[in-house]
Ligand binder design. Structure first.
Ligand code: PEP
Ligand code: MN
Length: 357
């Protein structure tokens, strides 16, 4: 569906910087963070969760409407515009009543088209920017669906927030970034600003900087980061929050690549490198095509001799050999394994086709 987006902040700005506590806990906590952030400049939107979607009941579920006047006070006293998460029609009405400037949909809302539609319906006829977090699962269509539902409600100041994806298994992230998904979204919708929520990707403090810098290097359009005056005692997401002081230092340390490269020689060498990448990708595809043809020959042979497709030992051997070789080339085990698995699956499919055919 054709969508034309307007700037989230009303005027174009390269990076949209959003910061504030995971949850609003008290008026004092909210005001302390807001004052410190506002004093230094550079922050566009003050975030705080008023309604919190928690994994288990009986955890802190947000202060609710009593926190909304605190957000109003933030705006009046510091001039910072405010944003909060909405998941139901009542959230929308209450947030609007208290002059919240920007709304966002959380990851647990984007996964649910009923909930997204309820928020979209509540937004009909309202002119407010809306940011849409990715769904918890790595489903780009679901993310796009939520964007379309909000857009169809008449909201054109739309942005998205990349907060990583749930992962079953060990990783250093709380939510793995799978950068290729937001990059594909950007490819399909070049005008849609993408903000990196480094806090929810990382779930911990020590890698917040690197993830945020990486998103800037990937030409993301902003950052959302959780800030708390006393992070360890935060009522939600304590492990990932940082103090305003640490945050402001971090903001000042990032290198912000400019979107368009002006220097002609730089552009030319970039073009050259890109061409080289295209050629390598062509080579990779040719090689993969060749590999599949050989798999098909093996399939024919297995069929004639009545041998099972999957030979576990052989697969182990292929994988281990590739991981060792990959190491020598500076490729991570995880990368080699996932690429080999995909190739192996494709080979099996080709063999199956031959054996059935
Ligand atoms: C949040 O921003 O505090 C939050 C609940 O995030 P997410 O929806 O990304 O889990
Ligand atoms: Mn949080």
């Amino acid at each position: 569906m054709e969508m034309k987006f307007e700037p989230v902040l009303g005027v174009p700005k390269k990076h949209i910087i959003i910061a504030g506590p995971c949850s609003a806990e008290s008026e004092e906590q909210v005001m302390t963070v807001a004052r410190e952030l506002a004093a230094k400049g550079g922050v566009d939107l003050f975030r705080a969760g008023i309604w919190k979607p928690r994994t288990r009941p009986n955890s802190f579920e947000g202060v609710g409407v009593v926190g909304l006047p605190w957000m109003k006070r933030v705006k009046e006293e510091t001039g910072l515009r405010t944003t909060t998460e909405v998941a139901k029609r009542d959230h929308v009405f209450e947030a609007l009543k208290y002059g919240i400037d920007v709304l966002w949909l959380g990851a647990r809302t984007t996964v649910n088209p009923f909930a997204v539609q309820e928020v979209a319906d509540a937004l009909k006829g309202v002119d407010i920017p809306v940011l849409i977090k990715n769904p918890i699962n790595p489903d780009l269509k679901l993310w796009i669906g939520a964007i379309e539902r909000i857009y169809q409600a008449g909201i054109s100041r739309v942005g998205v927030i990349h907060r990583g994806f749930a992962y079953h298994g060990q990783t250093k992230y709380r939510n793995v970034p799978r950068w290729q998904i937001p990059i594909e979204l950007k490819r399909q919708f070049p005008d849609l600003p993408i903000i990196c929520d480094n806090s929810h990707i990382c779930g911990r403090r020590d890698i917040l900087f690197d993830v945020a810098q990486k998103s800037l290097d990937l030409n993301f359009d902003g950052l959302m980061t959780e800030i708390h005056p006393d992070p360890d005692s935060a009522w939600s997401d304590a492990k990932q929050q940082i103090t305003p002081k640490n945050y402001l230092e971090m903001l000042a340390t990032f290198s912000y690549p400019t979107a368009t490269v002006e220097d002609k020689s730089v552009v030319e060498s970039l073009d050259h490198l890109r061409n080289e990448i295209d050629e390598i990708d062509d080579d990779l595809l040719n090689l993969l095509g060749r590999r599949m043809k050989i798999s098909e020959q093996i399939g024919t042979y297995k069929k004639e001799n009545n041998i099972a497709i999957l030979q576990t030992n052989r697969w182990d051997e292929i994988l281990n050999r590739a991981i060792e070789k990959g190491k020598l080339k500076g490729l991570s085990d995880g990368f080699v394994e996932s690429i080999l698995k995909a190739i192996h699956q494709e080979s099996i499919n080709h063999q199956e086709n031959v054996m059935r055919g």
